[in-house]
Design a protein around this ligand. Structure first.
Ligand SMILES: [Zn+2]
Ligand SMILES: [Zn+2]
Length: 145
């Protein structure tokens, strides 16, 4: 079910694999579990108070990959406000660069405007032909599985 692609830089050999991961909190909201999408993880996510998808962009300024948490389910089991959920994810993750969105109303993929949580630069999506994040000279080429 998980759709991933592998890219390899035609200059320095850097390899990158796209991810198709979901995340969910444990029952006590003390841990975030991140797993590839499959039936088991999907079922677990359905039982969790807070769950959603993870995307990954790249910040050229910070020179690092940045996770984007897209919360798609927080309706039923928690009284936490959106801002509190956001703070919890940042706290548990420990990475100041990550972004947290509430899927329906906060994000529109069309404008491609996800920002780095630290420097606010627009994050890039890596595709075939993207400039290599490692050497900044080569291009990422799709690798056959
Ligand atoms: Zn940044
Ligand atoms: Zn490279």
């Amino acid at each position: 079910m998980a759709l991933t692609e592998k890219y390899k830089c035609n200059n320095c050999g850097f390899e990158y694999e796209t991810k198709d991961d979901i995340f969910y909190f444990n029952r006590y909201l003390t841990e975030i579990i991140e797993e590839p999408v499959n039936k088991k993880s999907f079922d677990e996510a359905g039982k969790s108070p807070i769950s959603g998808r993870i995307d990954e962009g790249y910040c050229r300024k910070c020179k690092k990959f940045v996770k984007i948490y897209l919360i798609s389910n927080n309706d039923n089991y928690t009284s936490l406000k959106n801002e509190e959920i956001r703070e919890k994810i940042v706290e548990l993750n420990g990475d100041k660069n990550i972004r947290v969105y509430f899927f329906q109303n906060e994000r529109n993929r069309k404008n491609n405007g996800d920002l780095c949580g630290k420097c606010e630069k627009v994050l890039e999506w890596l595709y075939p032909e993207s400039l290599c994040p490692e050497c900044g000279e080569g291009k990422l080429m799709l690798k056959k599985h």
